[in-house]
Design a protein around this ligand. Structure first.
Ligand SMILES: [Cu+2]
Length: 189
């Protein structure tokens, strides 16, 4: 009886092993299935890659349309870098400023020293220095003050001018003509 029980036990063990072994090829087949599906994954990744290329192409064409990548808040629209309608362009910043861009006069310098705006935008200078400054169009040597001249600006004094024509408008400070020069670049909207 005891040996028969052992025999059945061995049979049971063998059946268990056989089942386990016969499952192993099955699981091997299961492993093959993911292998077979992994080429599908690769196939799926290829369209993904081409999608990325398409996006890159769109970016490239957008950048080509504007000549160069638009900086800051600006976005390429109809071949030019611009702000979304309703926002004022002050350099590469777009803000709700009601058409006025600020230039600080501080530490005996204009900041920003070069400001790009669109036709119809106003520029407002504020003197943050203790020293007196001026905002004078042109250069000391070329038509000083012909277009605009703030006169002497004490601390906290402001001067505003609206630019209704496109072009480059250099300006300077009369007391510091040697170092305080700057310009406003006005673009067609
Ligand atoms: Cu000055």
């Amino acid at each position: 009886m005891k040996s028969r029980a052992q025999f059945f036990f061995v049979i049971l063990i063998c059946l268990t092993f056989f089942t386990a072994c016969s499952e192993t090829p099955d699981s091997g087949a299961d492993v093959d299935l993911p292998d077979a599906s992994s080429p599908d994954d690769t196939d799926q990744q290829l369209p993904d890659t081409s999608t990325i290329n398409d996006t890159a192409d769109e970016n490239d064409s957008a950048q080509t349309a504007c000549g160069a990548p638009c900086t800051g808040d600006l976005q390429c629209d109809s071949g030019r870098c611009a702000c979304t309608p309703g926002l004022t362009r002050c350099g590469d910043t777009c803000a709700q400023t009601d058409g006025v861009c600020a230039v600080d006069i501080a530490n005996i310098a204009f900041s920003p020293r070069e400001l790009t705006i669109e036709v119809g935008t106003s520029v407002e200078w504020t003197n943050l220095d203790g020293a007196t400054h001026t905002v004078t169009s042109g250069t000391a040597a070329n038509s000083p003050g012909e277009l605009f001249d703030s006169g002497s600006l004490a601390r906290d004094a402001q001067f505003q001018r609206t630019f209704d024509e496109s072009g480059e408008f250099p300006y300077f400070c009369r007391p510091h003509a040697g170092s305080m020069t700057a310009k406003v670049i006005v673009l067609e909207p």
